[in-house]
Design a protein around this ligand. Structure first.
Ligand SMILES: Nc1ncnc2c1ncn2[C@@H]1O[C@H](COP(=O)(O)OP(=O)(O)OP(=O)(O)O)[C@@H](O)[C@H]1O
Length: 369
């Protein structure tokens, strides 16, 4: 072991049959880092390398300064890596009850280190109290994943690895389990590497994104920055959107609205967003934002008319532009995406550096605690 940089630094390169991986990234060792990319780009292989289950010709991995793997010199065996692994299909022991499965995880915790994750906390956090005496053979898919997650947490991991944990679940089970993942994120200080090819899931859960393509890392960084990076393919998706971390600052009970603040703006969002001070995550689709050069407009039904500044714009199609905005009079705030026609872009004389108003037609409140 030796001292190194904080965070997770990974570099894995080599061949698996006909597949060549050359993945290098450095991300914070906190929050959720999503490994995102199309099927077959190497996400699971990277996760297996992190767990030590796959060993390629070249490998380096350090977690918060502790070197787990360094070329030929050091290779921490898989069973000695302090990771919890949750797979697409929960592989629970059928002969053990839910409690038995959780206790198994607890027994696997290394004897030496601290044990910040307590059994009762896991039960409470994952809503397992009612299931403890049940056989795992009678659980629903979502319940099985919650137990698998609880078992992984009780091994006291320093890093949680989750490989498409929702992919085998139907919509209803996904919706059931997502709030638990969010609570986990909010309450436990365990960094998560989360493999997914579902952008909606990533937008909801991730803080950091590692964008993969054909065995390589195309970009790694804060989720909001990568979603709005015109050099990356995400801004060209029909569902391109920006996510903004907001705080509830008030309520308009007469109209059933909540007021939330993001850097550079406050927005009104539908429904009760929770007590003042609670953090919430917003998703604003590029297609839901239009621009007004002279403003703010009068007589518009759009509630959220926000001062902003144009940072840059990229042609998306012969008729369409993606515009990257920064909120606030001086463009000092959070980033937002807008889709406008090239005709409007040219007709209104829009250009980078211009201050204007962004009309946000709808805001989705992602259910983050
Ligand atoms: N042990 C192996 N031997 C040979 N090829 C392998 C092996 N493991 C993975 N591959 C190949 O490596 C490529 C990347 O696989 P991987 O499972 O890492 O991709 P992925 O991005 O996680 O895909 P998905 O989203 O479909 O799970 C695939 O083409 C896969 O067939």
């Amino acid at each position: 072991m030796r001292d190194g940089a904080p965070g997770i630094e990974a570099a894995f390169a080599g061949r698996l049959g006909g597949f060549a991986l050359d993945a290098r990234f450095a991300v914070p060792a906190r929050g959720v880092t999503a490994l995102f990319g199309p099927s077959g780009c190497g996400k699971t292989t990277v996760l297996r390398c992190v767990a030590g289950l796959t060993r390629l010709a070249e490998g380096h991995l350090s977690v918060n300064g502790v070197v787990w793997q360094d070329g030929r010199h050091r290779f921490l065996a898989p069973h000695r890596r302090p990771v919890g692994y949750v797979f697409q299909e929960a592989s629970l022991f059928p002969h053990l009850s839910v409690t038995g499965n959780l206790r198994y995880g607890q027994r696997r915790a290394r004897g030496d280190g601290p044990r910040p994750v307590a059994f009762d906390d896991v039960v409470e956090l994952l809503g397992l109290a009612r299931l403890l005496d049940r056989s795992t053979t009678v659980l629903s898919g979502g319940e099985r994943q919650r137990v698998a997650l609880g078992r992984a947490l009780l091994t006291q991991p320093r890093l949680l690895l989750m490989d498409e944990p929702l992919a085998a679940l139907d919509r209803a089970s996904k919706d059931e389990i997502l709030p638990y993942l969010e609570r986990l994120h909010a309450r436990l200080d365990i960094p998560v590497l989360y493999v997914s090819h579902d952008l909606a899931e990533v937008e909801r859960l991730a803080d950091t994104l590692v964008l993969m393509e054909a065995g390589r890392v195309r970009a790694a960084g804060p989720l909001a920055a990568l979603l709005a990076d015109p050099a990356l393919p995400l801004v060209r998706l029909p569902e391109a959107a920006e996510v903004l971390d907001a705080v509830v600052v008030g309520h308009d009970e007469a109209y059933g609205l909540s007021v939330v603040a993001v850097p550079g703006a406050t927005l009104q969002v539908p429904g009760a967003a929770g007590p003042v001070g609670s953090p919430r995550r917003l998703r604003i689709a590029a297609s839901e934002v239009s621009l007004c050069r002279d403003g703010p407009p009068t007589g518009s039904s759009v509630l959220n008319v926000l001062p902003a500044r144009i940072l840059r714009a990229e042609p998306l199609a012969p008729h369409q532009m993606t515009v990257v905005l920064a909120l606030g009079e001086m463009g000092e705030g959070a980033t937002l995406l807008a889709r406008v026609t090239r005709k409007s872009w040219e007709g209104l004389g829009l250009r980078p550096g211009l201050s204007l108003h962004a009309l946000v037609k709808s805001v989705a409140l992602l259910d983050r605690e």
